[in-house]
Design a protein around this ligand. Structure first.
Ligand code: PLP
Length: 424
């Protein structure tokens, strides 16, 4: 159950948007306040500076322990977007500088915009050649196509990028296998683990990734801090130049207070992860069962079940434990959001917004069998550590209000893909 010390966000509202951001943990706030009271710049050589530096290095070590990394591999950033940009731009430039023919970037079309737009920018300005590998109907990368894309021209490939878990539809990707294939062709892999950390086990060393992006505010730290893990043998060209902080990879005075808050939040989130995955998986599957029983609402993304046999798998094996994503054909994401909002539920269109209007989801558009109309009819519900069974009851009631006619042959989430999904 959620800790009694954690206030429910926004009073009486039902917060179903934990993937956008989640409440700051009391432990992170306490660490922030304590470290913010320290006067020194951690780069200063005097006693105050050295004390700040000690707190910073203790935080770095805690981040490393939480994520299976060495402390020297932790580069603190302002968040996930900066970490993704440093990885994508930094790997591309370092690899291309070492060998000018390395222009290809292998990735899927379902990556977060922090990766996609960085790749697009490098394509428009620095000659990068994106190679998009298809995903299956659940959003899982096609590893045969992945291998083929890397094998086609390994000598001219700068990097590969595959997110650990999708922020819209919750798909957990086979990152270790993709990294192994990339490494076999001499190509470094960047993984965006922003939605994975604290939701599923994340071990940087075991993953084989060259770089890994993490964001504090998705795990209970304040907004404004994150990290890029950079394997010690990996060269990156910095994006920000200046004082040479963070192994010269990210210049700028490091916020000791935010680093301490990040460390506290990650330590707690990772320690709670196994129990939270089970708790949230049960709540999530109640919503998915309800969706399965509604004719007008279609689940997007995988189930935690074996795709061939339908045998149940532990929560987080194929889908993030707290993620439910649906399409409601005939509705728009904005109208759906308004409907849920009016009912007191904070939900998300799941895709990017331009001037407050939801764009069609590039993730849903990348799924074979889904249409442009589907990509406009999305809604995402994400659970987190303050979520309760009552939140899920409210969501199920609101979903039923959208589509009152129940199906006669409602399957369970533990089974094989539903007829609704097969028919799409
Ligand atoms: N990557 C993914 C998968 C995300 O979900 C997000 C945030 O929504 C980001 C990157 C960006 O992280 P930040 O908000 O810390 O910049």
């Amino acid at each position: 159950m959620p800790s009694a010390a954690i206030p429910r966000p926004l009073g009486e509202r039902v917060h179903l948007d934990h993937a956008a951001t989640t409440a700051v943990r009391p432990s992170a706030l306490a660490a922030l306040a304590e470290a913010a009271a320290l006067p020194g710049n951690p780069a200063s050589l005097h006693a105050s500076g050295r004390r700040a530096k000690l707190v910073l290095e203790q935080a770095r070590e805690a981040v490393a322990v939480a994520l299976g990394a060495h402390p020297s591999e932790v580069v603190l950033t302002s968040g996930g977007t900066e970490a993704d940009n440093l990885a994508v731009q930094g790997l591309f430039r370092a690899r291309r500088t070492a060998d000018p023919q390395r222009l290809r970037i292998v990735l899927t079309g379902a990556e977060h915009h922090a990766v996609l737009d960085a790749v697009d920018w490098l394509g428009a300005h620095e000659g990068a050649e994106p190679v998009i590998v298809p995903v299956d109907a659940d959003g899982v990368v096609d590893l045969v196509a992945w291998e083929a894309a890397l094998a086609a021209a390994p000598e001219s490939t700068a990097l590969a990028a595959l997110m650990w878990a999708n922020n819209e539809i919750g798909t957990v990707q086979p990152v270790a296998e993709a990294a192994r294939i990339a490494a076999a062709h001499g190509v470094p892999l960047h993984t965006d683990a922003v939605q994975a950390v604290g939701a599923v086990p994340v071990d940087f060393a075991a993953s084989g990734a060259a770089t890994l992006a993490v964001s504090g505010h998705k795990a209970g730290a304040p907004v404004g801090v994150g990290a890029l893990l950079v394997r010690r043998d990996v060269a990156l060209t910095p994006v920000v130049h200046g004082g040479g902080q963070e192994r010269r990879l990210r210049s700028g005075t490091v916020s000791v207070a935010l680093a301490a808050a990040l460390a506290a939040a990650l330590a707690e989130a990772v320690a709670e992860q196994p129990a939270e995955a089970v708790r949230l998986g049960v709540l999530r599957d109640r919503v998915i069962d309800a969706v399965d029983a509604l004719e007008a609402v279609v689940l997007t993304g995988p189930r935690d079940a074996d795709p061939t046999t339908g045998a149940p798998l532990p929560p987080g094996t194929r889908r993030l434990p707290g993620n439910v994503h649906v399409t409601v054909p005939g509705r728009t994401a904005d109208a759906l959001l308004f409907t849920f909002d009016t009912a007191g539920l904070d939900t998300s269109s799941g895709s990017a917004c331009t001037a407050g209007v939801a764009e069609p989801s590039h993730v849903v558009a990348a799924l074979p069998g889904r249409t442009e109309a589907d990509a406009r009819a999305t809604q995402r519900f994400t659970l987190g550590r303050t979520s309760t069974p009552a939140d899920v009851d409210a969501l199920i009631a609101a979903l039923r209000g959208l589509a009152p006619a129940p199906r006669r042959d409602a399957p369970t989430t533990k089974g094989a893909p539903t007829t609704k999904e097969e028919s799409r």
